[in-house]
Ligand binder design. Structure first.
Ligand code: KDG
Ligand code: MG
Length: 401
């Protein structure tokens, strides 16, 4: 059996997605997510121009060899565009391998380590009262872990807070600009968690995403201030490339730290993991080289008591979510999986077999990943330019979004 075709499908059912579909001489197909929010066409071109021609004629069973061929063979290693493209190929090949074996992919990864994949939902509110009812609605649907994001007085727009039913920060063709003030944020957030803890008791797992906006000492102060509310994790307290920042934060607080949604290789987190500077690694299939490479990251993490918390925002397609769930089910050091339901149009274009029940996601039991793309339907949703926003401080200085 060999690869006879590979198609890059760019579509926008609710938002933009890039998907790779590989076809074999035996008539099997496999799919891989290749979506890089706001930079979709760069990955599509990388695949179309530089990867697809290399795939034709290859044996789809040789997943590791293909991974090494694309990684080492490019000479230019790592980076989000390259690693997202490699991830798409790798994911599609695992899908095909599962179909050939007649097994769901988690069985090929060692089988179940748990009965379901524990997920967290996203609560937010323009006021603390609104936030409390948002948390309550997740609890009533069986969630045992909730990410809490709150509006900050005197800041008009803030990451993670919106009235929209589906999270979508990349809406405008060109980046919109938001205003950010760390002093306002640090002054307000502890009181938010005080209310949430008081209302929901000690066992609901609470998380918060600082979205790369703090300096290490600001993050240390926030971590300390939040200690009484026993967070499961404080996410992305400082920009991810500033690794020594995590050491500094760690010296000051026992609030657990999570990072990794923008990581694309093991070399982004090798030191953080080996030095036990983080508690959760949030890399995911689509941006970190696929199932093959993410498994390598998670195995390293397991050796150092770091657990996983894969990114699962709506800009990762149901193909990525399906792949993540198979890995989550199999690995020994799974922590939590982020879960934001997609728009109905997205779910229709990507028919999938995973399902949510009582705080858990369960991957499909079909052979392969249990997800596909309806290409005819996808063609009805053409790509539209959409950028992530940028942030400026109150004096106009460009800041991390
Ligand atoms: O594309 C960027 C989003 O995926 C990101 O802003 C979402 O931080 C995020 C999260 O934790 O889901
Ligand atoms: Mg995040």
């Amino acid at each position: 059996m060999n690869i006879v075709a590979a198609r890059v499908i760019v579509c926008s059912p609710g938002r933009n997605f890039v998907t790779l579909k590989i076809e074999t001489s035996d008539g099997l197909t496999g799919v891989g997510d290749a979506t890089l929010n706001g930079r979709e066409l760069a990955v599509a071109a990388y695949l179309d121009e530089h990867v697809v021609p290399l795939l034709i004629g290859r044996d789809p069973a040789r997943i590791e060899d293909t991974w090494q061929y694309l990684y080492k063979g490019a000479y230019w290693r790592r980076g989000p565009v390259t690693m997202t493209a490699i991830a798409a190929v790798d994911t599609a090949l695992w899908d095909i391998k599962g179909k050939v074996a007649g097994l769901p992919v988690y069985q090929l990864l060692g089988g179940r380590s748990r009965s379901g994949v524990s997920v967290y939902g996203h609560a937010n509110g323009a006021t603390i009262d609104e936030l409390l009812s948002s948390v309550a609605s997740f609890v009533s649907r069986g969630y045992t872990a909730v990410r809490v994001q709150a509006a900050i007085p005197d800041i008009s727009e803030i990451y993670g807070v919106s009235t929209a039913t589906v999270y979508e920060p990349a809406s405008a063709a060109l980046p919109t600009e938001a205003v950010w003030s760390t002093p306002h944020y640090l002054a307000h957030l502890p009181a938010v968690f005080e209310r949430v803890r008081a209302e929901f008791g000690p066992t609901l797992r609470l998380l918060h995403d600082a979205h790369h906006r703090l300096t290490p000492i600001e993050a240390a102060r926030l971590g300390k201030a939040l200690e009484p509310y026993a967070l499961t994790w404080l996410e992305d307290p400082v920009p991810a490339e500033l690794q020594d920042g995590y050491r500094l934060i760690r010296q000051h607080t026992t609030t657990p730290l999570a990072v990794g949604e923008v990581f694309n290789s093991i070399w982004d987190c090798e030191r953080l993991i080996r030095s036990q500077l983080i508690d959760y690694v949030r890399a995911t299939v689509v941006h970190a080289g696929g199932i093959t490479h993410l498994r390598r990251i998670f195995d390293l993490a397991a050796l150092h008591q770091v657990r996983t918390g894969s990114h699962g925002a709506t800009d990762l397609s149901p193909v990525c979510m399906s792949a993540a769930l198979h890995l989550d089910l199999a690995i020994p050091n799974f922590g939590l999986q982020e879960y934001m339901p997609h728009a109905p149009e997205t779910d229709e274009v990507f028919p999938h077999g995973y399902r949510y029940a009582d705080g858990y996601l369960h991957p499909s039991e079909e052979p392969g990943l249990g997800v596909d793309i309806d290409e005819a339907l996808a063609a009805k949703y053409p790509y539209r330019p959409a950028s992530l926003p940028v942030n400026r401080l109150t004096d106009g200085t460009l800041h991390d979004w």
